[in-house]
Ligand binder design. Structure first.
Ligand SMILES: *Cc1c(COP(=O)(O)O)cnc(C)c1O
Length: 220
């Protein structure tokens, strides 16, 4: 058996255990398998093992491998988890089923325009820069609730949840807690948080989806 398929099983078991530990319903956390840098030949066995939700961080890279796989497996759900440039909004709306990285007015406006034009509406998350890191994408925490409101009221976008990537060197717990609090204030129920190193902790903090790459596919 492919190593990635064994790892997939292990990660799913750990998510299940974390859900039980947190008294959350089994299956309440969606596993987004992050396949960035891996090509279709590495991804295929994981699809064949039953995984259907995947994440990619670059529009162009995803365009190179996913149209074929999506044609073959129509129930794939593809998430964009990397920064979105406004000149790529058209391609992103055409290819992705979920865009997790809405973080500024210009992107919200471009997405609204493309959704209208293409008649295709990916589900949307707002990315929050919970650590206020200057090099990192995401809206500032203090602006997040108002931004969600503007996405709805000004741009007519249905925002489904919030997403964050905590600073690499910090305990992620407080960042997960902050994201949960902001989501509650914004009236949102979905939280995309937790990666290979901390997805079990994220489940304990209420993650409804975790984005796991290297723990499944190996080091990049
Ligand atoms: C790469 C990436 C992940 C997965 O990271 P791993 O540590 O490999 O699990 C999750 N979220 C985002 C936004 C990423 O870019």
């Amino acid at each position: 058996m492919e190593k990635s398929v064994e790892q997939l099983t292990l990660v799913k078991d750990k998510i299940g255990a974390a859900e039980r530990e947190a008294n959350r319903p089994e299956g309440s956390t969606t596993l987004v398998a992050v396949s960035k840098t891996f090509d279709a030949s590495h991804i295929r066995p994981v699809i064949e093992a039953g995984q259907r939700v995947f994440g990619e961080n670059r529009v162009q890279e995803a365009q190179g491998k996913w149209p074929g796989l999506k044609a073959e497996f129509p129930d794939i759900e593809l998430h964009l988890i990397g920064p979105l440039q406004s000149n790529k909004a058209k391609e992103a709306v055409a290819l992705f089923d979920v865009i997790e990285t809405v973080d500024r007015e210009k992107i919200a406006a471009e997405l609204a325009r493309e959704i209208e034009r293409q008649g295709r509406a990916p589900r949307l998350y707002v990315q929050v820069n919970t650590g206020s890191e200057p090099q990192k994408a995401g809206i500032e925490p203090r602006e997040a609730v108002a931004f969600v409101k503007r996405c709805r009221e000004v741009h007519g976008l249905a925002i489904e949840g919030l997403m964050c990537i905590p600073p690499a060197e910090e305990n992620p717990g407080p960042h997960f807690a902050l994201l949960e609090k902001l989501a509650r204030e914004a009236g949102l129920e979905r939280l995309s948080m937790g990666m290979s190193g901390d997805y079990e902790l994220a489940v304990a903090f209420g993650a409804t989806s975790v984005r796991v790459g290297s723990a499944i596919f190996g080091t990049r």
